[in-house]
Design a binder for this molecule. Structure first.
Ligand code: C2E
Length: 585
């Protein structure tokens, strides 16, 4: 069966339907074009805007009619115009192409946009125009910026100290490595300064961590202000800072900078809400590239060694690295390992120095002084090992041995009818031990020495460290009946107000003042003032280091209660004190 031929009437109906369908489709696409949230433009092949939708008009801040009078290039900032031209050229070759540029809004804003264009080809395949989609990507860009900022922040955190914002140990190591590479190329020097704040622990422990943090920030600020902007200042530990000085000609220059830092750090720091003015000092070690080391590790180690030497030599000073320092440090390490077993090996000794009543010259007490009978080096005084023992913690063991030994010996003298006061030195570290008072009570029980015959000598610095614990221990010691003596008096920082509230029985004038008596007016005045103040506070006062008859006469005339020194009696083994006691009978 063949199809019926179309009549003219049915043909025109078909055409009408087709026309309607086309009109509907046109309307649909027109609506889609107008209402799309993305900016759409129809362009000539050279970029002249022929049609723009609402979103495009909004994006550029121009009515559609204005847009259509211009080339699309005028709607992007100057710097991006060449890129847009190249983009249009690429698209006219038939490629589809994308680009990110900044569009210019009529209100002056630059809006980051993403552009994607394709060519519109006619029936012969010739480019009749271009179709361009323009999308506002500011929110993507904001997110990207946010991400970059977060990444930068993390990066900063990983390489900087959060408290002072200075470079941390890892960034410092990196900067040092780079500085050494540059110095090697230029054949120049680099100085590494190692700065340690003296007694920072005391400040932190006595004034609290918040104040300690405030203190460190001020220290960091002062170091930073003392060097050039190009120099690296880093915080590499609690109270440890380093400075890398590049383009330096010789060691003298580095020492000059170090002294400048030392001076800047010496000014008291006002801290806390009450603005406490805390005295401060530091110890600085210097190592130079290439003289003292060629690698970062070696320089660091040597600057640390020099800093350690500065501490050993009394703190508040600058020391440069030398090979002799290195040997001394090795010596300290050797002492520390040998010290570990001294008590068990029976190498410790106690000497006793007699103390005399200033009014009648009778022996009333002894001070126990520790010695180390070294198998090779002979009898060593505390100056040769006590610091190492303090730093390594071994002092706890040594101190307990001395206390036990002195109490046993004291008990023997008491049994023989000599009611001597037995003075024992207690180190700062020992005094702060939680078990200190329990150990003391146990030693007194074991030895059966009457508690009031025992005197414990502490230094003014012990009062600064762990102030609360130490004060509690002083009260507990008094409750046991033991006397507390503040030794080396006059060299520390005790305020008179504080002294009055402390449970101490006796002050001991430091030997350095006694040395100047009677020739130095200053020393004589200090000694007299301490004696008079002790009397006002109802404290007994003793003097150590009395060597000459003049010193003795001066102190006796000033009313000093007790005298001790080579001029009256040297430290002796217990047997020597026995002989003195027998002779005095
Ligand atoms: P210190 O408590 O000030 O002891 C006095 C020091 O001065 C002793 O030195 C003593 O021998 C010395 N000395 C006494 N009279 C004179 C004098 O007239 N002239 C001079 N120039 N010096 C005199 P030593 O025995 O070397 O002790 C030094 C320091 O070591 C002591 O100073 C004390 O702080 C510490 N020490 C001694 N024994 C112990 C101990 O068992 N434990 C602790 N933690 N420290 C101790």
């Amino acid at each position: 069966m063949s199809a019926e031929p179309a009549t003219p009437a049915s043909q025109s109906e078909d055409l009408l339907r087709l026309h309607d369908a086309l009109a509907l489709s046109n309307l649909k696409y027109k609506n889609l074009f107008e209402l799309a949230p993305v900016g759409y433009l129809f362009l000539t092949p050279v970029g002249q805007v022929q049609e723009a939708n609402l979103a495009a008009a909004r994006l550029f801040g121009q009515p559609g009619a204005l847009l259509t009078r211009s080339n699309v290039q005028v709607f992007v900032r100057n710097e991006d115009r060449a890129a847009v031209r190249a983009h249009l050229q690429r698209v006219t070759t038939g490629e589809s192409d994308a680009l990110e540029v900044r569009a210019l809004h009529s209100d002056g804003r630059q809006v980051p946009v993403s552009i994607r264009s394709t060519a519109i080809l006619d029936a012969e395949g010739v480019v009749a125009g271009l179709h361009m989609a323009v999308m506002d990507i500011s929110s993507h860009k904001d997110a990207e910026m946010e991400l970059r900022r977060a990444r930068d922040h993390l990066q900063h955190l990983a390489h900087h100290d959060p408290l002072t914002a200075l470079p941390n140990r890892s960034l410092f190591a990196d900067r040092l490595r780079q500085a050494l590479m540059r110095a090697q190329r230029r054949m120049s020097c680099v100085a590494l300064l190692f700065i340690d704040i003296d007694r920072f622990k005391f400040i932190n422990d006595s004034l609290g961590h918040q104040v300690g943090d405030q203190f460190l920030c001020e220290i960091a600020r002062r170091i930073r202000a003392s060097v050039r902007a190009v120099d690296t200042v880093a915080r590499i530990g609690g109270d440890e800072f380093t400075v890398i000085l590049e383009r330096i000609d010789h060691r003298g220059q580095a020492e000059e900078v170090a002294r400048k830092i030392l001076d800047a750090l010496r000014l008291p720091v006002a801290l806390g809400s009450q603005g406490h003015r805390v005295p401060v000092s530091s110890s600085i070690g210097i190592a130079m590239y290439p003289e003292d080391g060629t690698s970062g590790e070696e320089l660091f180690l040597h600057a640390d060694t020099a800093m350690f030497a500065a501490k050993e030599q009394g703190r508040d000073r600058v020391e440069s690295f030398t090979s002799a320092l290195d040997e001394r440090l090795s010596g300290r390490v050797a002492i520390e390992s040998e010290l570990r077993n001294v008590a068990a090996d029976g190498q410790l000794r106690l000497l006793y120095q007699p103390q005399f009543d200033g009014s009648n010259g009778r022996i009333v007490g002894v001070e126990a002084l520790l010695r180390w009978q070294h198998p090779v080096r002979g009898l060593l005084r505390p100056a040769e090992f006590i610091d190492v023992a303090e730093d390594s913690g071994l002092i706890e063991q040594l101190g307990l041995w001395a206390l036990r030994q002195a109490c046993r010996q004291g008990r023997l003298w008491h049994e023989r009818g000599h009611s001597l006061q037995i003075a024992v030195n207690i180190s700062t570290r020992q005094l702060a031990l939680p078990a200190f008072v329990d150990d003391l009570a146990a030693v007194l029980r074991e030895s059966r020495l009457p508690a009031d015959a025992l005197e414990l000598e502490i230094t003014e610095n012990a009062l600064l460290a762990n102030a609360e614990v130490v004060l509690a221990h002083l009260h507990d010691m008094r409750a046991l009946g033991v006397q507390v003596v503040l030794a080396n008096f006059g060299t520390g920082l005790s305020s008179l107000g504080r002294l009055r509230r402390l449970p101490i029985a006796k002050l001991k004038i430091d030997g350095s003042f006694v040395q100047g008596i009677p020739h130095s007016q200053g020393d004589s005045d200090v000694a007299r003032a301490i004696i008079s103040m002790a009397r006002d506070f109802a404290l007994t006062v003793a003097s150590e280091g009395v060597e000459s008859p003049e010193q003795r006469a001066f102190l006796e005339a000033s009313g000093c209660n007790l005298l001790q020194g080579y001029g009256l009696g040297r430290p002796l083994p217990a047997g020597g004190i026995d002989a003195l006691l027998d002779a005095s009978r």
